[in-house]
Design a protein around this ligand. Sequence first.
Ligand code: APR
Ligand code: PHB
Length: 389
Amino acid sequence: MRTQICIIGGGPSGLLLGQLLHLGGIDTVILERRTRTHVLSRIRAGVLEHGLVSLMREAGVAERLDREGFVHDGAIIASPQGQTRIDFDRLTGKSVIVYGQTEVTRDLYAARDRVGAPVIHETEDVTIHGADGDAPFVTYRKDGQDHRIDCDFIAGCDGFHGVSRQTIPASVRREYEKVYPFGWLGVLSETPPVHDELIYAASPRGFALCSMRNANLSRYYVQCPLTDRVEDWSDQAFWTELRRRLPPEVAERLITGPSIEKSIAPLRSFVTEPMRWGRLFLCGDAAHIVPPTGAKGLNTAASDVHYLYRGLCQWYEDHDAKGIDDYSAKAVLRIWKAERFSWWMTNLLHHFPEQSDFDIKMRDADLAYLRDSDAAQHSLAENYVGLPF
Ligand code: APR
Ligand code: PHB
């Protein structure tokens, strides 16, 4: 088989890139290790920056998002000293849309089916060959048969545990990582959200987040030790702990119910540079990971897709390599700003087991500065709604 772009990974990055390239008249094949059912079973954050929303609209896949997504003009930062509403609209003139990432992925798969472009599921042993040459190709096995796809370029959209990043020689890659000393225990419940905007709560007992998917589907998180296991947490224990970390007037309003999904996720900051090696481009989680505190995971994947899509169109339309040659430097510049914001929000809101009394005073001063300063709130707001692509 031959195609122009072989995309490895059928998550949001690979699907959005594939959709945009298709609209640009560029042929792609997507190779996905898992079944579609498995991909669509993943529960992920659901805050879409205005840049991602614009890209989804450009890709022609935003109809349901625009109909069912919740426009949020602000969010609450809560602590024992009080609640501060960050007014995105007043401070930046922009908003975010709350819409589950699973729904984004579902809409992208539906679009891929509509245009009849191939996604090959349950591929095994995907291997990248000749990325540092002029004739790259990808091999994989499916149903016991070996296959080969010759292509012009390879887009590594295969996430943190994928094969693409590892294909770049260790001598070429520079990796930066910070692993946080806690995790997030998340619960999905068919209950009305406790508030119509997200509440990020810092408390001496640890971080908590109140989010939502729709008017009767809520998503809550509490920070937990890395040693905790999901089976250690009954629903009752979760709700009790969540209430203890929220402002009393919020805790009183909380409507609880049985968890329909419960999981613990680790928190990590990670970046690999460069995001290009010859004919291979890394995109999304394959190149970078953020702690979920700033809801930047999908949104940084979106700016990668934006830059790579435009660079590849420039190459095929004008045989101008500037866009693809600039891709890595341009993508990394925005990624590090998102990494900084996600790291800062994580330090602002979490209890770190080893932190000193001085560290706690610095965090409390940061929260106080946020409460008292429009400039501090503006800084948080412009990062949260999304810095320019
Ligand atoms: N071959 C084929 N597919 C693979 C391989 C492989 N060797 N390794 C991984 N994959 C697939 C995974 O099964 C997954 O469906 O690549 C896809 C990568 O998708 P994501 O991990 O969701 O990454 P990405 O598409 O970049 O989306 C980033 O998803 O993880 C969240 O928080 C993250 O919001 C961010 C968004
Ligand atoms: C979520 O709704 O799952 C969510 C929202 C905002 C975050 C993280 C997760 O920062």
